[in-house]
Design a protein around this ligand. Structure first.
Ligand code: ADP
Ligand code: MG
Length: 249
């Protein structure tokens, strides 16, 4: 179907924790312009897969190639520079810093000389930031504190943050968790628009089958670390193994 090379090629990827094979030799391709859903019950290995792609976890076996470049063994920062973005919850941005880094941030903000340097550097990026906010429909609210935003709007800002490195591949682990159905649809429609506009690819996990069927171009289904099905929404829905995993029938 695809004449071109895959953007992401995952082959025989595996990760064990102690004796547990969290991800057990999975292979899949992802093409530019595609939204690929990674679905499966809790504990299936979805987050572990994401964290191997972004470099937070080191795989025990297999390969993950982005446009031909092997990612296994690279640091998260290096992978990010190669064009793999991920959404962070805004609440997580500071939580992802270490204990001492959080205190360093506080010191930095109280050091007038360093703070004015930081402000100058930040001012320099303001136009770029406003352009990103414009792309997610949040430019008009640019100067409001994030704490005042509706939940769906916070998610839009998180998407703008994830776009900062102009990713070729964007990873979204449960982007619509905790959202009302309407907000979910708005976020996924926006994501789809960004994918088509930029020719990037998205790998996302999602619990709502309605969202998967409406927005994913293809899905891969994991259960107990193994890839049990792959296909377009209609193929996945009617797949006997998927029925068994989801509905126990
Ligand atoms: P999912 O995201 O699909 O719910 P995960 O990738 O989080 O699944 O987990 C897959 C399996 O690996 C589960 O059995 C989980 O308990 C185990 N696991 C995940 N992370 C760790 C870890 N850091 N240490 C030990 N076991 C883990
Ligand atoms: Mg998970």
């Amino acid at each position: 179907v695809h004449a071109n090379q895959p953007l992401l090629r995952v082959q025989d990827l595996g990760k064990s924790f102690g004796g547990v094979k969290a991800v057990d030799g999975i292979s899949f391709d992802l093409y530019a312009g595609e939204l690929l859903a990674l679905i499966g019950p809790n504990g299936a290995g979805k987050s572990t897969t994401f964290n191997m792609v972004n470099g937070q976890l080191k795989a025990n076996q297999g390969s993950i190639r982005l446009a031909g470049t092997e990612l296994i063994g690279l640091k998260p920062r290096e992978i990010w520079r190669l064009g793999v973005g991920r959404t962070f919850q805004i609440a997580e941005t500071f939580a992802s810093l270490t204990v001492v880094e959080n205190v360093q941030m506080a010191l930095l903000s109280h050091d007038d000389r360093l703070f004015s340097m930081w402000r100058r550097a930040a001012d320099h990026e303001r136009d770029k930031a406003l352009d990103l906010l414009d792309q997610v429909g949040m430019k008009a609210q640019a100067d409001r504190p994030c704490s005042e935003l509706a939940y769906g709007d916070v998610k839009r800002v998180e998407l703008a943050i994830a776009m900062a490195n102009d990713p070729k591949l964007l990873l979204m682990d449960e982007p619509t968790a905790g959202m009302a159905p309407r907000e979910r649809n708005e976020l996924m429609a926006l994501t789809k628009e960004l994918v088509l506009g930029r020719g990037m690819a998205v790998l996302f996990t999602e619990h709502s089958m309605d969202v998967v069927f409406a927005y994913a171009d293809r899905s891969i289904v994991l259960a107990r670390g193994r890839l049990i099905a792959e296909g377009k929404p209609a193929e996945i829905r009617d797949h006997p193994k998927v029925q068994e995993v989801y509905f126990g029938s």
